[in-house]
Design a protein around this ligand. Structure first.
Ligand code: ZN
Length: 135
């Protein structure tokens, strides 16, 4: 995992590289205080302060997708965009993998803070593609 205090500036300035064949990514997210957001059609969602992991995929150009998540300058589209737009929310690291996103997501033990979050396209009954980690 790439994870350090200057991660964000590093990732934005350089070409984000990942091994060939990787199709999935994880965003390691820190929520600094209890917040309430409105995540598009999902409506109002509460998040307690703590750490979360979002698992997604991009068949082509994983780097561009990750850079989009790191950018503050974008139209809000996915549930995760609304969470990341909150000033109390930071991406603290990114992983990539060859494991398909749902399988990788299900391998991670954690709670489901908001049912259906990030799982609009999920066909594997994950419940959500955002998980909360134990404190
Ligand atoms: Zn899934």
């Amino acid at each position: 995992m790439i994870c350090n205090s200057s991660f964000l500036s590093y990732a934005m300035k350089s070409d984000f590289s990942y091994p060939a064949g990787h199709i999935s990514y994880r965003l390691h997210i820190h929520v600094r205080k209890d917040i309430r957001i409105v995540a598009g059609a999902l409506g109002s969602c509460n998040f307690t302060a703590g750490d979360y992991v979002y698992t997604g995929s991009a068949r082509r150009n994983l780097a561009a997708r990750i850079k989009r998540h790191l950018s503050d300058n974008k139209k809000l589209r996915w549930h995760i965009d609304y969470l990341l737009a909150d000033p109390n929310v930071d991406i603290i690291g990114v992983d990539t993998s060859h494991i398909p996103e749902c399988q990788w997501n299900q391998q991670l033990s954690g709670g489901i803070p908001v049912s259906g979050f990030g799982a609009s396209d999920c066909r594997k009954r994950c419940g959500a593609h955002l998980k909360s980690l134990p404190a």
